[in-house]
Design a protein around this ligand. Structure first.
Ligand code: ADP
Ligand code: MG
Length: 178
């Protein structure tokens, strides 16, 4: 697949995450790379670990309030406890349409001064920014999980992180797997 000429080439990192704790740690590391205006899209089936990753991210950013899976709320704003951006955590699962349906959230207004993390945002929030960090979480199957100790195989996740656009061209994604 060829990228359109106006887009910077994508930067990709693949990581194996073996437990919810490691997923949280990945979130805390990711927080160090993030700055206001960053859009992070989380993709993966129910129970993949999107919210667990976001929780670590919130800890790393040092924001107020517990990051949870919202039952009715679509978006929650977590203000910074000290310095830094707010975390806007969106779960777009129940939203059929795109940004039009999310207009009330004013994500375009909050994005410049916040880190916006969207679960289930594929095909819905791309318009917000050409610069996006796309995180795809898959349950590991086959070899990787087969090597894990009994009972731990269920916890193995393959995480693919792709930086789209100029914002991510020089980002130190390798620091995430350190
Ligand atoms: P999602 O938001 O993708 O639906 P959650 O983060 O809410 O997923 O839930 C993930 C569930 O899977 C949690 O119960 C968590 O403890 C469990 N889990 C097991 N292994 C992992 C892992 N490696 N990373 C994240 N969560 C994991
Ligand atoms: Mg979730």
């Amino acid at each position: 697949m060829e990228a359109p000429h106006h887009e910077a080439p994508a930067v990709t990192l693949k990581i194996t995450v073996n437990s919810p704790e490691q997923m949280g740690e990945l979130g805390r590391r990711l927080a160090k790379l993030l700055r206001p205006g960053d859009l992070v899209m989380l993709t993966g089936e129910l129970g993949a670990g999107k919210t667990t990753l976001t929780r670590g991210l919130g800890e790393g950013l040092g924001v107020r309030g517990a990051v949870t899976s919202p039952t009715f709320v679509i978006a929650r704003v977590h203000p910074p406890l000290a310095e830094g951006p707010s975390l806007v955590h969106v779960d777009a699962y129940r939203l059929g349409g795109g940004l039009d349906e999310m207009e009330d959230l004013d994500l375009d207004v909050s994005l410049p001064e916040s880190v916006v993390v969207v679960e289930w945002g594929d095909g819905k929030v791309e318009e917000l920014s050409d610069d996006r960090l796309r995180v795809v979480i898959d349950r590991a199957v086959g070899e990787a999980s087969g090597d894990a100790p009994d009972g731990a195989a269920d916890e193995v996740r393959d995480v693919t992180i792709t930086g789209l656009g100029g914002r991510w061209a020089d980002a130190d994604l390798a620091s995430l797997s350190a």
